[in-house]
Write a protein that binds this ligand. Structure first.
Ligand SMILES: *Cc1c(COP(=O)(O)O)cnc(C)c1O
Length: 428
């Protein structure tokens, strides 16, 4: 699946650490992240971004994929930015000394207190989703005597082939202003007049887990044409954020595009458009989330039961499920699983991995090829580094699993396991 995974003495290893030993040491369910893989992905994006835009651009890790202090420390150390979606994420980043000017605050419904928090803490850019929000930002910034760098979130009208729930660039989406209806132009004109706001840029994000370059190229073109249109209206756009959404390999069916190829083709298209309209190439931002975090992670579970329904299916019951990974329940997302203590045995069974909560839909996957698994075995579900911990819930009052980071065979806890007590802490 990827180069961080290996097999040693029949056991699956990640970043040189034995998954069976990790399960023994830290208990299960357990999220494991490989630091080397995270950093490699960041560096790959950063290097191609620098190359394609002559250093005039910024990679912003979309923290919603997996936000915790250690991830923010790594991004700070790598010198990239963050694309955050809540004051909670901003707080986490600032708490490890992340430079506020490299933080972008993007969400479709910010509370006043979040806007004020972002302004008070000198967050570099706020991406704005709707007119009410823009007026509120203007009012709050003016009251504080501040000028806020704002980016407008637009719907470029580009459809990317992905799950409907994660498609965001088309007109019937809750996110942003539509270009084709004239809504975006009207919003830009009004925003340019609002006090306390410096209308610096435009933003789009067309979806997630996309394996094609063409929709990204198209989106860049649509955005460039719109920048030209704004230029004709006397509005100069300096920043262009092209969002995230780069696909990763969950199963053999996924064939991700090398990110450098994406960057080359999209930057080429963008530069051609800018040249055509005699406009300078804007400061470009991209916001990869999944592609940085997902491949670096896996989740370890202990098998509790094996239930054979003759002629129908075999359920392998594990000690986690939708409470730590709701993606199958939400989107029917497919994963690859391995019995970590039998990693060199053939996958000669087809099973359904069932979660522990009281929902029939609480599954990690159906029809999954797997080694023969029985009670006590450790199952690793691969590529769970994004949208797993960050989407975890307390359903059934199950404590959130711990997150362990491995590096060169050594491991350390980066998020402690919740306890029954810590879960009940806010109960009155
Ligand atoms: C979710 C999101 C991202 C990250 O998407 P990935 O598919 O994880 O790369 C980037 N930008 C915005 C605005 C988002 O909503």
């Amino acid at each position: 699946m990827n180069d961080t995974l290996n097999i040693a003495n029949g056991h699956l290893t990640i970043g040189g650490a034995d998954c069976v030993e990790l399960a023994k040491e830290y208990d299960t369910p357990l999220y494991v992240m490989d630091e080397g893989t995270v950093r490699r992905a960041v560096r790959e994006f950063k290097a191609s971004m620098d190359e394609c835009y002559d250093g005039r651009g910024m990679v912003c890790y979309a923290t919603k994929a997996f936000c915790c202090k250690e991830m923010c420390r790594i991004m700070k150390d790598e010198g990239i930015g963050l694309d955050t979606v809540s004051a909670g994420e901003i707080y986490t980043a600032l708490s490890v000394g992340f430079p506020p000017e490299r933080i972008v605050f993007t969400s479709n419904n910010k509370k006043d207190e979040e806007i004020a928090y972002a302004i008070d803490n000198h967050i570099g850019r706020i991406t704005c989703d709707n007119m009410e929000e823009l007026r509120r930002i203007s009012a709050i910034a003016s009251e504080k005597g501040r000028q806020v760098r704002v980016i407008l979130r637009l719907k470029p009208g580009v459809e990317a082939h992905t799950f409907e729930a994660v498609m965001t660039g088309q007109i019937d989406s809750k996110f942003g202003f539509a270009i084709e209806t004239g809504e975006a132009l009207a919003a830009a004109k009004e925003t340019a007049k609002l006090p306390g706001i410096d209308l610096a840029g435009i933003h789009c994000h067309i979806g997630s887990q996309i394996h094609d370059i063409a929709p990204f190229e198209k989106a860049a073109e649509v955005m460039a044409v719109f920048i030209a249109k704004l230029h004709d209206e006397g509005i100069e756009i300096k920043d262009l954020s092209l969002g995230g959404g780069f696909g990763i390999k969950y199963t053999e069916k996924d064939i991700p595009v090398p990110y450098g190829d994406y960057m080359k083709r999209v930057s080429k298209r963008l530069k051609e458009c800018c040249e055509k309209y005699s406009l300078p190439v804007p400061f470009v931002m991209i916001e990869p989330g999944r592609s940085i975090a997902a491949p670096a992670g896996l989740t370890l579970y202990t098998v509790g039961s094996r239930k054979i329904i003759p002629g129908i299916r075999t359920y392998i019951g594990v000690d986690g499920g939708m409470c730590d990974d709701p993606r199958y329940a939400l989107y029917k997302s497919e994963y690859t699983a391995v019995v970590a203590n039998k990693a060199d045995e053939p996958k000669d069974e087809t099973v359904t991995i069932a979660g522990r909560t009281c929902e029939s839909g609480d599954l990690i996957g159906e029809n999954m090829p797997l080694q023969h698994a029985e009670a006590g075995d450790i199952i690793a579900v691969l590529a769970t580094g994004a949208y797993n911990y960050s989407m975890a819930s307390h359903y059934n009052r199950v404590p959130n699993a711990a997150v362990v980071m491995v590096k060169d065979g050594k491991s350390r806890v980066i998020v402690r396991r919740e306890t029954w007590e810590s879960m009940a802490d806010n109960d009155v």
